[in-house]
Write a protein that binds this ligand. Structure first.
Ligand code: 4AD
Length: 430
């Protein structure tokens, strides 16, 4: 009977068949230990020369790393490790003997591994990261559906700029002139929630960022969420609740993967609402008191984010930023017209900013002048302004960067490992 490794515990003492690849082989005299993978997991298969047909042993001798094979045998509990299982092999069908595999056990440099990303993905660490990524995606869908948010698919080809004109990828669109790849689905989501009340999108977003840091990709996946009649404080509550949900889900379901990644689980177990809240003004004061020379009105750098979260057990909201360093759509703080009702969420353990969000400007005239001030006037923003003419309501939302979130949960330093095929300023292949 064909089974997948993930289900092995249900088949103890039974004859089963596994279809997969050889991850590793060791042999000592007349016993061979084959480490198999089938996509769902890894298992050790044991072949005793004296107990199998001669052609089975010959097959074992021929097998190279990454050869594809169908293997049959009896499942047994691991003699020493509780909860682990082995396969006592009776037969092997070789599907293909792999050529010498370029990624060997030895250390390889990042450029070599990225050039071979199509093969590197098969390594145990990359397998584990992709499975955590999948879990985070699933958790986000589950969280929002539980909270009555509807999935809305926003467009990727857009004639407007959501996050400023300096990081746009442009394309010629037939006879319609220059259009761009989406930086965020937010503006379209704002239109959709005036229909469905609460919505989220999830898709690739594009930034022609010149930054060569460990946290920047030119193509990354963002989840934008948006909700009508939600204001600034509730917007932050939704964010912290969602982050707690995602972390708990990964702890519950991805223990094996986090163990492969040697992730210290203690910091993740301590993630609980409420998260720390600092206004931007308080954050600057705190940074200055810690020795930083940052001035009011400047953006926070990596070092500043590190300093602000150093002694924190939970992520930190930095909210109410100066209006002039933030995008046009953020709602002006009624208590201080120089500030906006927004927040960044800065993660612990050096993972940096994972969410940017805000209450949106819902007043037609204020929004119109903010758009004009940024030089964005014209037909591309008229439909967005229309939303403030026909039943405008207070509303808020935020965007979560998937790769940075997965990087944090996995304890992986560079976001390039958290997306299957990373695109960065110096890399667009394979
Ligand atoms: O803070 P950002 O730019 O927010 C927006 O785009 C809003 N329109 C979202 C919204 O309110 N619906 O981006 C949101 C998140 C960041 O916090 C970060 O996690 C991630 O997207 N991000 C990147 N991730 C990888 N590479 C990049 N170049 C990124 N730029 C932003």
């Amino acid at each position: 009977m064909h089974i997948i490794i993930k289900d092995i515990s249900k088949h103890v003492d039974k004859e089963v068949e596994i279809k997969g690849w050889l991850y590793n082989k060791r042999s000592s005299g007349s016993i061979a230990f084959l480490e198999l993978r089938d996509g769902s997991g890894f298992i050790q298969a044991i072949v005793s020369k004296d107990e199998v047909e001669i052609q089975v042993w010959e097959a074992v001798e021929k097998l190279t790393q990454e050869s594809s094979l169908i293997i049959s045998g009896k499942v047994s509990a691991h003699p020493k490790k509780e909860g682990e299982f082995e396969l006592q092999v009776s037969n092997i069908n070789i599907v293909q003997i792999s050529e010498e595999y370029p990624i060997a056990k030895k250390e390889h440099g990042p450029d070599f591994l990225l050039d071979n990303r199509h093969l590197w993905l098969r390594s145990k660490r990359q397998w584990a990261i992709q499975r955590v990524r999948d879990e985070v995606i699933q958790a986000i869908y589950d969280y929002f559906h539980e909270k009555n948010f509807i999935k809305i698919d926003t467009p990727i080809i857009t004639p407007n700029a959501c996050e400023g004109s300096t990081t746009l990828f442009s394309i010629e669109y037939f006879d319609q002139g220059e259009v761009y790849l989406s930086q965020s689905g937010q503006l379209y989501l704002e239109a959709a929630i005036m229909s469905v009340g609460r919505g989220f999108d999830f898709g690739p977003t594009f930034r022609a960022e010149k930054s060569k840091t460990k946290r920047h990709l030119t193509e990354f996946w963002m989840m934008d969420a948006e909700a009508a009649y939600v204001e600034h404080e509730e917007n932050m509550q939704i964010q912290e609740e969602m982050i707690c949900f995602i972390v708990n889900r990964c702890l519950e379901r991805r223990g094996e993967e986090l163990e492969i990644l040697e992730r210290d689980l203690e910091p993740l177990k301590k993630i609980k609402a409420p998260f720390t809240r600092l206004t931007y003004t308080e954050a600057i004061e705190k940074l200055n008191s810690l020795g930083s020379d940052i001035k009011f009105g400047e953006d926070l750098g990596n070092d500043d984010e590190g300093l602000l979260t150093k002694n924190e057990a939970v992520p930190v909201f930095i909210h109410k930023w100066p209006k002039n360093i933030k995008p046009f759509y953020m709602k002006v703080d009624p208590e201080n017209s120089e500030l906006v009702l927004n927040n960044d969420l800065i993660c612990i353990e050096g993972a940096g900013e994972i969410i940017g969000g805000s209450q949106r400007e819902d007043n037609y005239d204020i929004l119109k002048s903010a758009i004009d001030k940024e030089g964005l006037e014209g037909p591309e923003y008229q439909w967005y302004l229309d939303l403030r003419k026909y039943g405008s309501v207070p509303h808020s939302g935020f965007g979560l960067g998937l790769e940075r979130t997965v990087g944090w949960i996995c304890g992986v330093e560079h976001v390039r490992e958290t997306i299957p095929f990373p695109r960065m300023i110096n890399r667009v292949r394979p």
